[in-house]
Design a protein around this ligand. Sequence first.
Ligand code: SAH
Length: 475
Amino acid sequence: MSPSTVPEPSPTPDQPPVVEPRPTDESRPVRETRAIREPRPPREYTPPKPDVIRADDDSEDALPTIYLKPGEADRILVGHPWVYESSVLRLTRQAADGEVVQVKDHRRRLLGVGFYNSKSKIRVRVLSPNRVEIDEAFLEQRIAAALAHRRRFLPEATSFRVVNAEGDRLSGLIVDKYEDVLVVQMSSLGMDCRKQEIVRILERLLAPRAIVERNDMGARKFEGLEDANGVLSGALTDAEQAALPVRLNGLKFEVNLVSGHKTGLYLDQQPNHAFVARLAKGARVLDAFSFMGGFALTAARAGAKSVVGIDQSEEAITTARRLAEENGFAAVCTFETANVFDWLRARTGIAETGPETASAAPGAVATDPAFDLIILDPPSFTRNRASVPDALRGYKEIHLRALKLLAPGGILATFCCSHHVDAQTFEAAILEAARDAHRLLRRVAVYTQSPDHPVFPSVPETEYLKGFAFEVVGA
Ligand code: SAH
């Protein structure tokens, strides 16, 4: 599944040397002051120009200013919050790590204000395009806006991601709500320095029973931050931290806040569990890469005839079995600890997809089509662009084998959570598999990440999860 936040930035290529910026005519204020009695406003709409800051803004009482090299402003202007080290032309005066700075282009136009960190490749994380005060009130307003977005687009959910970093214009901050408990992650120094403010804001907005920090993700070391885990406010017993009950789509699940994946659970699939379940009535279902059975249990509730869940994590499968029981679906659900590649190979034989399948179990036998609905929700097979070809071979193999196990008229619901594999590339890998499996696929649904993981198209890193459902069209 997905990384806990957007992928780490890769260093941008070195820029050609540039000359120091100097004030130009364009750097002067451009908005005209019109006489009050001027007859009419101009007819054409003129897009607002970014504020033009006068030269005296570099004076000592203004914020430290980062000037960008020519050509580096466009990304920031359309809303991307990351200012890379390699984009920086100069800093007007030394800023402390975590301090608020203003960012300007080489013509001195304001691009925004944000948190500075000299230790990170992302020198500034821009929070606003305007020169606003970045204080507790600002953060509260942003977090409240994020919460309002969930209430609008996920009105039924009781557990969801309240803040998803760049997706909520709060780079470096993740907040998950598991019923009345909140889990926070700060992956930037600027946010980490404001932990106490953030805790106060969350207490005011959501009155949680407890707030827990899960600050142990790899990204922190790129910001010069140590790991930190524990309860920040309220109280939780050890038992609760190890198995906190939560509801997804009204079904009972649980989160392990101590050793769980990400901040404990994959919230990004919540609506897709329900969408895919609509295809499950009366079906024999395979939930491959099931984790705790998010798709499996929702399909069981929707009236699946039988459900098999496969995951390589023993802990996830043990929990899934117990949850099937607690939700009342033990009679239709079976969970197995296995590597999905091996499990599929054992049922579809050695074949077709090249040398990487050579390890298939010798003598494996192809079975009859055994399923009417197969769900594939693997983890990301690639964390970088270089390994995309390997990832595509992996995607092709599981699709090819899954298609062999699908009955005619059956449905394959499949997901890809790698940011580096876009929907088109993913679909092309599926179609290659279909060609090799001699199956004709009709696309019947397109899926994306849950609305609590919002996407800004101008910030490509905010989009990672894509999925499709295909119907296998009979001969
Ligand atoms: N479908 C789940 C989320 C799946 S996350 C949901 O909606 O909640 C991906 C899962 O794949 C993880 O639980 C991980 O343990 C499992 N996994 C990773 N590689 C695997 C493999 N080769 N075989 C089986 N499971 C695997």
